[in-house]
Design a protein around this ligand. Structure first.
Ligand code: C2E
Ligand code: CA
Ligand code: CA
Length: 372
């Protein structure tokens, strides 16, 4: 107990928005009692805030062994995470099964620390093709975590944690370096790969990163990639948060030699007048519209308007989530030039991507917009 109360120990183990309650009266006090004490509305700056409480319970004594204090807190934390994963305001009791719930946030957090430095996070590459010919036009780099014990993890399993741990700019820089170096190698080693591009995703807030522009300049210089070969994908939401600020940075990035794609287009609330003032090269139609365009007239209309918009503004249009030939045909009939999706290939390991590159026809006629 003394150990738990000591400030150092508690600071390390109990988060700022967490409370540890030790019940000496047999079973833990009922969730209702805790809730009535802690879920009282607070009035802050004129707004009523309604806190919710997630409860993780762990039995301290009475089991076959009596765990150390630190172990108790660790188990409580796992129980809380489990409670949270069921939505806000849940409750869960610790049990062995939670330990084996492989993707417990707590377990991953330790593994993620240093994982970028150890090279465990790496880009996979999804082909982007010209719909009319199936020719390869470029790749989108998508991060994967080659976890030493858990195998290949997908972004939704660890990106939120990266964000929480403040690792997004390190991740972004790594992805940009790796993808650009890979593209440069492919461009030198493969016949007719001269027009190939690679697109890297920028995370929320990354366009505000102070050294982003100098990073891009440095990468292009070191890899010898020409302007437009490295593409940066920014989501609509990120741009629209501060369109004027974003415009300044986007122009600087383009001046440095990066091409720019507006990702997940159609899901945000872009003002079209802004779009004409932002220096994008590419619009990416969100896969929701592609998935639903066959059955939903509204989606089909949105796809064709985006294509029209792209043509009017001389932007390339890439459709995401092209899962079958029917979708590809409909997109073509709506005038869309490029697509990516499981119908062509999922994101491939560098080795698989190289095989794909060797076996396919590389699009030599990708329109390159006049720069400036
Ligand atoms: P996104 O940028 O929209 O990437 C496209 C996602 O759609 C990828 O998921 C891709 O595997 C998936 N996809 C591709 N074709 C199809 C298809 O035909 N059908 C369906 N249902 N899905 C398809 P992934 O790799 O799981 O990435 C998810 C999201 O994670 C990405 O969405 C992106 O927002 C983020 N992300 C991935 N890698 C990075 C990265 O390196 N940095 C940052 N900041 N975000 C990344
Ligand atoms: Ca993307
Ligand atoms: Ca997207």
């Amino acid at each position: 107990l003394g150990e738990i109360r000591s400030g150092e120990f508690a600071r390390e183990w109990i988060g700022e928005d967490e409370f540890a309650v030790l019940s000496l009266a047999g079973p833990a006090p009922g969730a209702d009692i805790l809730r009535s004490a802690l879920e009282l509305p607070l009035r802050i700056a004129g707004f009523d805030i309604h806190p919710t409480l997630s409860i993780g319970a762990v039995q301290a004594l009475g089991g076959e062994e009596a765990p150390e204090a630190a172990e108790l807190l660790r188990r409580a934390e796992i129980a809380v995470e489990s409670a949270k994963s069921g939505g806000r305001g849940g409750a869960a009791a610790y049990g062995r099964s939670l330990e084996s719930d492989g993707l417990s946030r707590l377990a991953l957090e330790g593994d993620l620390r240093g994982a970028i430095g150890r090279g465990e996070l790496t880009p996979f590459y999804q082909p982007i093709v010209r719909l009319s010919t199936g020719a390869l036009s470029g790749f989108e780099a998508l991060v994967r975590w080659r976890h030493p014990r858990r195998g290949l993890l997908m972004p939704d399993q660890f990106l939120p944690l990266c964000e929480e741990m403040g690792l997004m700019s390190e991740l972004g820089a790594m992805m940009m370096h790796e993808a650009a170096a890979q593209l440069a190698t492919w461009r030198t080693n493969h016949r007719a790969s001269g027009e190939l591009t690679v697109a890297v995703n920028l995370s929320t807030g990354e366009i505000d990163r102070p050294d982003l522009v100098s990073d891009v300049t440095e990468i292009l210089k070191r890899t010898g990639l020409p302007p437009g070969a490295l593409k940066l994908e920014v989501t609509e939401g990120d741009v629209m948060r501060d369109p004027d600020g974003a415009a300044v940075i986007l122009r600087a990035l383009r001046k440095a030699g990066a091409a720019l794609a507006l990702d997940d287009f159609g899901t945000g609330f872009s003002s079209l007048s802004y779009l004409t003032r932002l220096p994008f090269d590419t619009l990416k139609i969100d896969r929701y519209f592609v998935r639903t365009m066959a059955t939903n007239e509204g989606s089909a209309k949105i796809v064709s308007s985006v294509v029209k918009l792209g043509q009017d503004l001389s932007l390339e249009v890439v459709a995401e989530g092209v899962e079958n030939a029917g979708m590809a045909r409909q997109l073509l009939s709506l005038g869309c030039d490029y697509g990516q999706g499981f119908g062509y290939a999922p994101a491939l390991s560098p080795q698989e991507a190289e095989v794909y590159l060797n076996e396919c026809y590389v699009d030599g006629a990708a329109p390159v917009k006049a720069r400036g």
